[in-house]
Design a protein around this ligand. Sequence first.
Ligand SMILES: Nc1ncnc2c1ncn2[C@@H]1O[C@H](COP(=O)(O)OP(=O)(O)OP(=O)(O)O)[C@@H](O)[C@H]1O
Length: 264
Amino acid sequence: MIRFDNVTKVYPRSTRPALSDVNVNVERGEFVFVVGPSGSGKSTLLRLALREERATSGTVLVAGQDLGSLSARKVPRFRREIGAVFQDFRLLPGKTVDQNVAFALQVIGKPSSAIRQLVPETLEMVGLEGKGKRLPHQLSGGEQQRVAIARAIVNKPQILLCDEPTGNLDPKISLDIVHLLDRVNRTGTTVVMATHDADTVNQLRRRVVQLDEGRIVRDEQHGTYLAPVVPEESPVEDPEAVEDAEVAEEIGDLDPERFGGEDR
Ligand SMILES: Nc1ncnc2c1ncn2[C@@H]1O[C@H](COP(=O)(O)OP(=O)(O)OP(=O)(O)O)[C@@H](O)[C@H]1O
């Protein structure tokens, strides 16, 4: 369903490849976590699969299409097969929940009778029944992400690509969202989710593809993820902060209150 053969991606004006000779094959119906530290290439992998970017070399095949030879004119039709969910939800702020989800169908010319049926059905599936008339700002973060998922799946895409969908949510809500994606997967949709979130990866025990500096370093069925430990920053490692501290000390030396200035 998604296949990368020897894929390398070097962004313009960049010397280091964002992805380096990546080979991965995601079968129809799989649920795959793409994990790795910041900058390891997770988003780049998803952008290539969505044809937002093109590979510098190698072949990207998605839903039977070779994306290297797909003309720009055919990209919109290709994207209809694919739902996408992002960390920042990307909802239309002036439209209600119903309208946000319906919009995804209107742009592809679905008749209004189908829209009237599909929108409530999908909102029920994501647990948002009764919230269709609200605007995005009247929802919690977790609920907004459910709207984004409803919008992504309302057209029943073959593939759902999710880039850090739980990045802005607290741990319990994140787990609810991942369980929802798991349910979507069980309806037959292939799901690929990029994440830093080790807890949710370890709860689900699905396939884990781990990237490091643009290379696949691990690919395990029923995998786990041990997120790298980021060393704590030393409070005085910034040279400007050190200079500020020294200046503050000098000013302190001149502080009249500290040196009997009140006697002057
Ligand atoms: N549009 C771009 N132009 C140039 N370099 C880019 C661009 N997008 C990403 N990169 C670089 O490519 C590398 C991989 O970035 P990418 O966003 O794919 O990583 P990531 O694993 O998704 O990171 P994060 O978890 O922080 O989102 C990084 O070195 C990044 O700086």
